[in-house]
Design a protein around this ligand. Structure first.
Ligand SMILES: Nc1ncnc2c1ncn2[C@@H]1O[C@H](COP(=O)(O)OP(=O)(O)OP(=O)(O)O)[C@@H](O)[C@H]1O
Ligand SMILES: [Mg+2]
Length: 281
């Protein structure tokens, strides 16, 4: 269980994240949505401790994440892999080496300095690439891959960390619709088959609806919606994205071009199990 209690982050006078309290059980797939500047990235970065909360408490099971230091903090950052919009690979290294870099926090410094990976680690890296359907790119320089392939390499690298949680910050924002779907399907598969908690920021509402059993909506640093995606009514969406003179919220500003055959209506009456909404045609 990942638990945030009254987590706040201020930058000067600006409160980016304002007293957020949420509990995420192990194995959930959670989408965080909200306008630009709502605090989504800041929230993920605090969970991973790339930045520190100004106030509040973050716990993972027995671990008080917000108080970790040194070795314990590195262990947490290994357990809690991060995926970014811009992939963050080393472009001049080949794909296999990029994936092996996910092992760094598992190993001692000497082995890392000498860049020695064991045959088992190489086999694990190849398996991860195979799982993502890009094993044929293993010896290619990462920088020569398409965006969709690079994001899959980043996911394979995350898997090499044997994480308990994957945090993804707009993982599909730079991708075309087909690659966006492949990447989201991969994250969903990892979530369902490996029981890894996935928390992902998404700039589009319909992706959150399609893939995430639970959606957290943020507005100006605060959580204004937290529930199953089936409970995202028009009114809830208005609160998350902000209403303008009660004008109809345009799905266009919250919409991606991942087209699903099972697009959900705005206000379904009964919640649906995640599996039913999670499998694109
Ligand atoms: N390092 C920083 N220094 C100062 N202000 C920051 C910093 N990081 C974020 N902010 C501010 O905090 C607020 C929340 O930013 P954040 O990046 O978390 O939003 P977001 O919801 O991820 O937006 P987007 O959808 O554009 O990625 C914004 O007002 C932003 O300007
Ligand atoms: Mg962001």
């Amino acid at each position: 269980m990942l638990e945030l209690s009254n987590v706040t982050r201020r930058f000067g006078k600006n409160t980016a994240v304002d007293s957020v309290t949420v509990s995420i059980p192990q194995g959930q797939m959670v989408g965080i949505i909200g306008r630009s500047g709502a605090g989504k990235s800041t929230l993920l970065r605090m969970i991973n401790r790339l930045i520190d909360p100004s106030e509040g408490d973050i716990r993972f099971g027995e671990k008080q994440v917000s108080a970790l230091k040194g070795r314990d903090l590195r262990d947490w950052q290994r357990d809690c892999a991060m995926i970014f919009q811009q992939f963050n690979l080393v472009p001049r290294l080949n794909v296999l080496t990029n994936v092996l870099l996910g092992r760094l926090n598992h190993r001692n410094t000497i082995l890392n300095l000498l860049n020695i990976f064991t045959p088992e680690e190489r086999a694990q890296a190849l398996l991860a690439l195979e799982r993502l359907g890009i094993e044929q790119t293993a010896l290619q320089r990462a920088g020569t891959l398409s965006g969709g392939q690079q994001q899959r390499v980043a996911i394979a690298r995350a898997l090499m960390q044997n994480p308990k949680v994957i945090l993804a910050d707009e993982p599909i924002a730079s991708l075309d619709p087909l690659n966006a779907q492949i990447v989201m399907d991969s994250l969903k598969d990892i979530n369902e088959r490996d029981g890894i908690t996935v928390v992902t920021n998404l700039h589009t509402l319909d992706t959150a609806r399609t893939y995430c059993e639970r959606v957290i909506g943020m507005y100006q640093g605060r959580v204004v919606f937290d529930g199953p995606s089936s409970a995202l009514t028009r009114e809830a969406v208005r609160q998350i994205y902000g209403s303008q003179d009660n004008a109809e919220i345009s799905e266009a500003i919250t919409s991606t071009s991942i087209k699903q055959s099972s697009t959900q209506p705005s206000a379904p009456v009964t919640p649906m199990p995640a599996q039913q909404i999670a499998s694109p045609a």
